[in-house]
Design a protein around this ligand. Structure first.
Ligand code: ADP
Ligand code: MG
Length: 334
């Protein structure tokens, strides 16, 4: 009997010691980069098992793209929807669609997730050229977010030639999926970028830069914030020049041509990755006044930069902002 107790105690002590040693493993910092969703992604993680976390983060982005959002990956949800004109969605994907439809409606159509055929004609990312006006008008006549009907988990395209495109929101959706994963892990801090969208995760403050809209790799300003998502849309991301004119990839859904309103970059800060990404595009199209109202509607913060190097934002967001490049200045606030 005594021997049994001694053994039990010994086992208990060993287990306890093992637990202490296990818990004493200190969080380590690791980073990685990869290419997915047609863009560069980078991930930094401070956790007890960062190698595993980084591999799983990459997996999440790749799966989301291949299985749901990609227009070109055969058998993705969006591929099948564009091919068949209808699809049955899982609960999460229906939520993305209904939020995108809401943003489209609230922006008066300035945001339109059915512009795929129109942006294809411009060939950004492949062989860009100015499309023929009649062909462009025809593609435009088949697009329009109001042609998409969502009923329960079934989605239908009212026009078989409309092409659903998550180009303006997929990167933010990836950040939301990654955050859900990070919540299930013991992560101290993490910074993830998928193209121009960044997730800042963990306790304490983070500093994130706003890229130079003229295309240099440096930041022209920095934002100090707690955990959130930050997305920037700029006319310097994908563009080409023809006949001395510059054409970029953010399109005015009314004309099918690149937006020309004096803006060069729009940054949106929101807890939701989808909102930060989609709203940065929507606010770019809408311009300063209407864009500010739209961001406010969704409780998001927005920073506009014009081609005159002037930064427009509200006073609360201004207090989070430091201008680094002295060629840029904050607009006078009334
Ligand atoms: P990036 O792709 O550089 O991150 P955005 O998030 O601003 O930039 O998304 C731009 C992409 O969104 C375009 O490449 C195109 O696929 C799509 N797009 C262009 N104009 C619009 C629009 N008005 N509404 C919704 N999507 C758009
Ligand atoms: Mg966007």
């Amino acid at each position: 009997m005594k021997k049994k107790t001694a053994i039990t105690t010994a086992v208990g002590v060993v287990l306890f010691a093992a637990l202490i040693i296990f818990d004493a493993v200190q969080p380590r910092f690791y980073s990685s980069s990869f290419f997915s969703m047609n863009t560069y992604c980078s991930a930094e993680v401070e956790s007890k098992n960062p190698e595993k976390n980084l591999a799983e983060i990459q997996d999440i982005v790749e799966k989301l793209d291949l299985e749901i959002l990609s227009r070109s990956a055969e058998n993705s949800v969006v591929y099948n929807l564009n091919k068949n004109g209808e699809s049955v969605l899982d609960a999460e994907t229906s939520e993305y669609f209904s939020l995108l439809a809401d943003i489209s409606k609230q922006s008066g159509g300035a945001f339109d997730f059915t512009l795929g055929a129109v942006s294809d004609l411009w060939g950004f990312g492949t062989e860009p050229s100015v499309p023929d006006k009649t062909v462009l008008d025809d593609a435009l006549s088949h697009s329009g977010y109001e042609k998409v009907a969502l009923s329960g988990n079934k989605i239908t395209l009212g026009d078989k030639n409309a092409v659903v495109d998550f180009g303006a929101s997929g990167k933010g959706i990836a950040l939301d999926s990654i955050r859900s994963y990070l919540d299930t892990q013991k992560i101290k801090r993490s910074v993830i970028s998928v193209g121009g969208s960044v997730l800042l995760y963990g306790k304490g403050d983070f500093t994130v830069g706003i890229r130079d809209p003229k295309g240099s790799p440096s930041s022209i300003a920095s934002i100090k914030t707690e955990s959130t998502c930050v997305s920037t849309s700029g006319n310097y991301e994908r563009y080409f020049e023809a006949d001395g004119k510059r054409y970029h990839h953010i399109l005015n859904p009314e004309t099918g041509y690149p937006v020309e309103n004096g803006l060069v970059s729009v940054t949106v800060i929101s807890e939701s990755g989808l909102l930060s990404d989609a709203l940065s595009t929507a606010c770019f199209v809408l311009g300063i006044e209407e864009g500010t109202a739209l961001a406010e509607h969704y409780g998001a913060k927005v920073i506009f930069i014009t081609d005159k190097n002037i930064i427009y934002t509200d006073s609360e967001t201004e207090s989070m902002l430091s201008v680094i490049d002295q060629n840029y200045r904050l607009a006078e606030t009334e």
